[in-house]
Ligand binder design. Structure first.
Ligand SMILES: [Mn+2]
Length: 357
């Protein structure tokens, strides 16, 4: 049995500026499932960005889901917890798990889901142990959940814009003695992440399959794996942000604009770029000033899908051409042979002169 595990599409209502890229993300993931010949797709919460989006997209999403040649199992997440009442229909091949105590049997695998609710860690653990007693240990079983793995450090930055309260907190150690062989989780957007809680026990975050916030940079992935084997990251052709930070160095021999051009050429043409150009350059040497450089970079970016543009560079040509500074560098070259040390001292001097400027 081959499974595609994903989560956190955060589909928005039509008309929202993110609607298209996220809807296309859903299509790309279903396509990946078809081409990889999976037998099941699971969505571990936050398919919709809001309950309102869930309500307005439900009818349109049926035909997307029906393109899939495999069953789809969904659990509610914190963003769409109210989107899945018993009476609503998502398509023939779609099952929503609304209770931890009602698993779904598919091809000899038992699929369990813990729908998102506001619960304390203690309550979650208690419920997991109650459900564990019902698990048939003779067949493989997986558990879907939507929440925070407290073992991951820097927990707050990794879940998009979720504020500072705990969302369905769990610990890796909870699952050590529980019967599920795979915990397929959602809520963590940043990247594919896999942790082991015993020899044949995997806790996996697929990461959001499409960039939701600017914190989710790089090609997006889903988890595709065979029951009995280790989960693995599978790249998806969906919208994503790419971080393009360029630091100009006044000692660099290349022209600043040329350097930016080269970096832009290397960037993925399908990515939405988050451009930041910082550092110092020698404007006199290259006959360019801050205004011209900003204008030229902006011109270059017109042909790119640039989502954000931050210019923090500074022309320090005047300082570099300054008599005192040049004498200082000459002396420095006489007394030190260590390049690293030299550049460190030079930087200190530059900074001191800029502050005095
Ligand atoms: Mn989410």
């Amino acid at each position: 049995m081959k499974i595609l595990h994903t989560s956190d599409f955060h589909l928005t209502e039509e008309g929202n500026s993110h609607f298209k890229e996220r809807w296309k993300g859903l299509r790309a993931v279903i396509k990946a499932g078809i081409s990889s010949k999976v037998n099941l797709m699971v969505i571990s919460g936050d398919l919709f960005d809001s309950n309102r989006a869930g309500d307005s997209l439900r009818t349109a999403i049926r035909s997307e889901f029906e393109k899939a040649s495999f069953p789809i199992v969904i659990i509610p997440g914190n963003h769409d917890a109210e989107s899945y009442s018993e009476s609503v229909f998502f398509g023939e091949n779609v099952t929503v798990i609304n209770s931890l105590f009602k698993p779904v049997q598919l091809d000899g695998v038992s699929v369990w889901g813990f729908p998102y609710r506001e619960l304390t860690a203690e309550k979650i653990l208690l419920n997991l142990h109650r459900a564990a007693g019902m698990v048939n240990k003779n067949i493989p079983s997986i558990l879907l959940l939507h929440g925070e793995l407290l073992d991951i450090s820097g927990v707050w930055e990794n879940y998009g814009n979720e504020g500072v309260s705990r969302y369905f907190p769990v610990k890796l150690s909870y699952f050590k003695d529980l019967p599920w062989g795979y915990v397929l989780a959602g809520h963590f957007h940043t990247n594919f992440d896999i942790k082991r809680y015993r020899d044949n026990g995997y806790f996996v975050y697929s990461g959001s399959p499409v960039s939701i916030t600017e914190k989710e940079v790089g090609v997006r992935k889903v988890n595709i794996f065979e029951i009995g084997k280790a989960p693995s990251a599978f790249p998806v052709e969906s919208f994503y942000y790419e971080d393009l930070s360029i630091k100009l160095d006044p000692m660099e021999v290349k022209e600043p604009l040329k350097l930016v051009k080269e970096k832009l050429l290397k960037a993925d043409p399908n990515a939405a770029l988050l451009v930041k150009v910082e550092g110092y350059f020698n404007g006199r040497k290259y006959n360019i000033n801050e205004k011209k450089l900003a204008g030229s970079i902006t011109e270059l970016l017109k042909e790119k899908a640039c989502r954000k543009k931050v210019f923090e560079f500074r022309d320090i040509g005047e300082i570099l051409e300054d008599e005192t500074y040049r004498e200082f560098v000459d002396r420095l070259n006489e007394i030190s042979k260590d390049d690293e040390e030299k550049s460190e001292i030079e930087n200190l001097m530059l900074r001191a002169m800029m502050e005095a400027d």
